[in-house]
Write a protein that binds this ligand. Sequence first.
Ligand SMILES: [Zn+2]
Ligand SMILES: [Zn+2]
Length: 259
Amino acid sequence: MKVRILGCSGGIGAGDDRRRLRTTSMLVDDDILIDAGTGVAELSLDELAAIDHVFITHTHLDHIACLPLISDSVGDLRRQPLLVHAIEPILKILRQHLFNDAIWPDFLQLPSPEEPFVRLQQLQLGATLSLGSRRITALPASHTVPAVGYHLDSGSASLVFSGDTHVCDDFWREVNGIDNLRYLIMETAFADADLQLAKASRHLSPQLLAGELAKWKGGAELFITHLKPGSQTLIMQEIAARLGRYQPAMLNDDHVFEL
Ligand SMILES: [Zn+2]
Ligand SMILES: [Zn+2]
């Protein structure tokens, strides 16, 4: 299993090096997306048409901005509907607020109800979906809207992505039960100066992350994602000061994990 990071920033905008920041999306092999933020725009038409499954952590725009655009671009190049997997509360929001014929065509019914471009597939929290040898499980998360993280298991190794989350004991109970965990990707959206904002928006800051990692039994490489544009250096300095023993690394676009 290959996991390529298409986007991992908490926002958009180019840095001094003119490299554009892209929001959350990861490509698993060539046919699965985890989230569909603006990083998806990096894919070619052929790569977009090859995607059969999208797993959604939650419905904030930075995680779904490109979801409605995928089918518009390549729906007619595909023989099968794009399958969008999520827990039911997330699917409900997608039906009501995205594919609603108001801000976007209802591709759940178009071009025909019998053969739509998009189908929604309900996932149960904690239940594992197998796609070939790849196993994908939704993990608990705690955010301002219904949210999950994901556990990807190739059979020989696992990667866990927290999604957007605040303090969440249930997440760590599941993570600590994974025997072959190789990579752990944790969000840390804000610096500690923005602790109150992190709490109000149900994200993590380095101080909150330290409290969360105290619940972790360890044993995997730690990557930090979803840093606020402009605060990346400060957030990583604060994390290094508190959590240097974990040797945390900032996640970067185009990083490829092999499992
Ligand atoms: Zn969010
Ligand atoms: Zn987000």
